[in-house]
Write a protein that binds this ligand. Structure first.
Ligand SMILES: C[S@@+](CC[C@H](N)C(=O)[O-])C[C@H]1O[C@@H](n2cnc3c(N)ncnc32)[C@H](O)[C@@H]1O
Length: 491
């Protein structure tokens, strides 16, 4: 960390594996935060030089400059520019990044002096830029930016219980206001403490004010709230003035699950579960979310149905909770194309799971199922495959049977737009589906390389594919992170 005094300053340093860039009017300060600059950090993923500049320029004045500056830096350094993003703190640019890949063997370092002198002229052109440029124009796909509809995105990164409970996580500040967030655990409200700015969040969510300040910590004294005495905790991250029903997902954790023996790493990795905490917490949260959706729309829990199907069950991360709810003579069947996950689930959870193929039919008789639920399967299937599976779901459900399917839709598009190219958004809007992005998570399985995708659907498209065979009962936005939930009833 380097601080600079109160004069316009431009500084560029380049040395082994580190490229630093400071510019702007720096106010002395002892911690990272709004209103100051000088934070520079870098990563070097696979041959890329990665710059992060923490600036205090008023962004709307300097938009054009940013474009100009990044391409200039790139040109001066003989690099090809990868991407630019940014984040605002109180209307000022807090963070931006430029990713550059060195074009030749010389890269940045050997050009450092030349870069230094030429950047002075970039700074001068910055000062001359007109102030009227719209900051939103910076955000790719800005036409679907709408903070009021933005998902309450957050996560718990770690929980450590010692002499007190420490929780680390991140949460996009509600409405962009840093003091507007509360973490609610089993009905008790706690104020998270925001930690230093992190460019990674701002890069992922450049449309969200103060995204760079998403990271938080929470220290809870056991005298105030003793997590060790709770068999289960339900955590939510809410605005202080809440949006009510639309308040986003909870993360749920059975404390006993911290002793759970996870499936092998490759099996867990195929469903994107990095570690034990996230495997068990997300499994429980998704189960709770499905159960809440059943109660909300039909006044019944899983335990009140006789035949339940988990389509795309993986290693039964969710189904293991549903099996505990089954009443006598009730029956659950989980289907998946992943033979190793199915074998593991049958050995470790119970004999409920069957292998299926990438195309219908399932080994399930017609009109025999009361509830089929499916977490993150329709989010991976291209248009034609997706349509045949929706039809298969209609086949196995009884008339009046219930379907719960997660999808990536407009909220996910709002959340993840910065990673998508403009043509992707345009394809999504014009055809209702964006299904041309491949996903390699299950590449170890014996499926066609282009079978598994990341797939976004518009609300109209969802209405169209379900509308013929199903009545759409509910649409729950941000059911779990980016995934929305479509609740349907078989006609
Ligand atoms: C993102 S994972 C979710 C797994 C599980 N629902 C969970 O939440 O742990 C998607 C799962 O869908 C499975 N899958 C993909 N295509 C399928 C199909 N046609 N039928 C059944 N499962 C499928 C994959 O093998 C993978 O386990």
């Amino acid at each position: 960390m380097r601080m600079c005094s109160g004069r316009r300053l431009l500084y560029c340093a380049a040395y082994s594996g580190f490229v630093g860039l400071w510019l702007g009017n720096c106010a002395p300060s002892s911690a990272d935060g709004p209103g100051r600059f000088a934070l520079v950090r870098h990563k070097r993923p696979a041959g890329e030089i990665y710059l992060e500049m923490n600036l205090a320029w008023e962004l709307h004045r300097h938009f054009e400059w940013l474009r100009f500056s990044s391409s200039s830096i790139v040109r001066l350094a003989s690099c090809a520019c990868g991407s630019r993003t940014g984040s605002f703190i109180d209307g000022r640019l807090a963070w931006t990044s430029i990713r550059c890949r060195p074009a030749g063997p010389t890269g940045f370092s050997s050009e450092a002096n030349r870069i230094k002198s030429q950047k002075m002229s970039i700074t001068r052109s910055l000062i001359k830029r007109p102030p009227e440029i719209d900051p939103i124009a910076f955000v790719p796909n800005a036409d679907i930016y709408d903070l009021d509809r933005a998902p309450y995105l957050w996560n718990v990164d770690n929980i450590v219980v010692g002499t007190q409970t420490n929780i680390w996580g991140w949460c996009l500040p509600h409405g962009g206001r840093l003091d507007n967030t509360q973490i609610v655990i089993n009905g008790r409200s706690f104020n998270p403490v925001r930690t230093s700015p992190k460019g990674a969040y701002a890069e992922l969510y450049p449309w969200h004010p103060n995204a760079a300040l998403a990271a938080f910590t929470l220290q809870i004294s056991h005298q105030v709230f003793d997590i060790r005495k709770e068999p289960e905790i339900s955590l939510s991250c809410l605005a202080k003035a809440d949006r009510g029903e639309d308040a986003g997902y909870t993360l749920d954790l059975l404390i006993a699950d911290l002793d759970f023996v996870m499936p092998p790493q490759d099996v867990a990795a195929r469903i994107g579960a990095a570690d034990l905490l996230h495997y068990v917490m997300f499994g429980r949260a998704i189960y709770r979310g499905f159960d809440k959706a059943l109660q909300k729309n039909f006044g019944k829990s899983f335990s009140e149905f006789s035949t339940i199907v988990d389509w795309g069950c993986g290693s039964a991360r969710v189904a293991r909770h549903v099996t505990k709810d089954l009443k006598k003579n009730a029956n659950l069947v989980g289907f998946d194309i992943d033979a190793v996950a199915i074998e593991w689930a049958n050995k470790n959870v119970g004999p409920y799971f069957r292998l299926c193929k990438t195309s219908p039919p399932l080994e399930q008789a017609t009109a025999t199922v009361d509830v089929v639920y499916s977490y993150s399967v329709l989010t991976h299937l291209a248009a034609e495959t997706l349509a045949t599976w929706v039809e298969e779901m209609a086949r196995i459900l009884k008339p009046g049977g219930i379907g719960l399917f997660t999808v990536l839709s407009d909220r996910a598009m709002i959340a993840l737009q910065s990673g998508l190219a403009r043509p992707a958004l345009e394809a999504w809007r014009s055809t209702g589906i964006f299904d041309s992005m491949s996903n390699l998570d299950i590449k170890a399985l014996d499926v066609a390389v282009d079978y598994y995708r990341n797939v976004w659907l518009t609300r109209d498209y969802i209405n169209k594919i379900f509308g013929e065979r199903f009545e759409i009962v509910d649409f729950i936005g941000s059911f779990h992170f980016y995934q929305d939930l479509v609740v349907v009833r078989r006609r």
